[in-house]
Ligand binder design. Structure first.
Ligand code: SAM
Length: 246
């Protein structure tokens, strides 16, 4: 069954209505008909099996058949502080990190950041990333859309996330492996904050600032990974060690 988003405010109504892009997909792209069954997600972590009951203009009327919580959300909440990359790489990252299961994504500017976010266009960028994340949620059968925050500075990212249960900054000059670093850690963590640098990497000053805020410095091995490779690898390893990627 095809999956579509519905506003949370709609799902509690006796006759919920789907509108916007998902209504367009239902009627014009997939050409579904009344009595067809679909899966609805409202971003709350629940899923709803529903039946189409009718259409009007760009609205689709449904009735909810059953509500359930599929087990597709990870047990840990991973927040990624991502050194700002070129547009295409940021688009690719939010798509794949959503599939890997992150909870929050914070673009950040650091000393060696090139490019830096275009403040005039950042709102439309965030809307684009939110749309990419929603499509990825539908495709990978998640039920929660990662939260995408506005860009912050490296210092703001470090200081505003110092409350996470586990904080890691990935640094290519570190020699101790992540597994080695985490060996002594107790496993029952809930919130994990990871920092990945821009193409130019983090400065020594930034590494020291992170360390002084309780961050673990970790290596992803002896090779220098491209920024986007490092982010995907780091989040996959974290999901494997603490989450639900077996
Ligand atoms: N400017 C650095 C250089 O050329 O040596 C490379 C930075 S790398 C392209 C971008 C980011 O990926 C780094 O800031 C780091 O967060 C991460 N990264 C890449 N390779 C890594 C490794 N082997 N261990 C840990 N982090 C790595």
């Amino acid at each position: 069954m095809k999956r579509f988003f519905i506003e949370r405010s709609q799902i509690i109504k006796t006759s919920p209505v789907i509108d916007g892009q998902d209504a367009h997909h239902i009627t014009k792209v997939f050409r579904l008909k009344p009595k067809d069954r679909i899966i609805l997600i409202d971003g709350s972590g629940m899923e709803y099996e529903a039946q189409i009951t009718g259409f009007s203009k760009n609205k689709v009327f449904v009735s909810i058949i059953r509500k359930y919580s599929p087990d597709t959300e990870p047990p840990v909440q991973i927040t990624v502080g991502q050194g700002y990359l070129k547009d295409k790489k940021m688009d690719m990252l939010i798509r794949h990190l959503t599939e890997i299961g992150i909870t929050q994504w914070i673009p950040l500017t650091s000393e060696y950041s090139v490019p830096k976010p275009d403040t005039k266009r950042i709102n439309s960028k965030i809307q684009r990333w939110e749309m990419i994340a929603k499509e990825a949620v539908k495709q990978c059968r998640r039920t929660r859309v990662p939260e995408i925050l506005s860009p912050v500075t490296f210092q703001e990212a470090v200081e505003e996330n110092s409350g996470a249960d586990l904080k890691i900054i990935f640094y290519e000059n570190e020699t101790v492996s992540l597994t080695e670093t985490l060996r002594s850690l107790n496993q029952d963590l809930l919130t994990i904050f990871v920092l990945l640098g821009p193409e130019g990497g983090f400065s020594n000053k930034e590494i020291e600032l992170a360390k002084s805020n309780g961050f673990i410095v970790a290596s992803l091995g002896p090779r220098i990974l491209r920024a986007e490779t490092a982010s995907l690898s780091a989040c996959t390893i974290i999901q494997h060690l603490f989450g639900d990627m077996c």
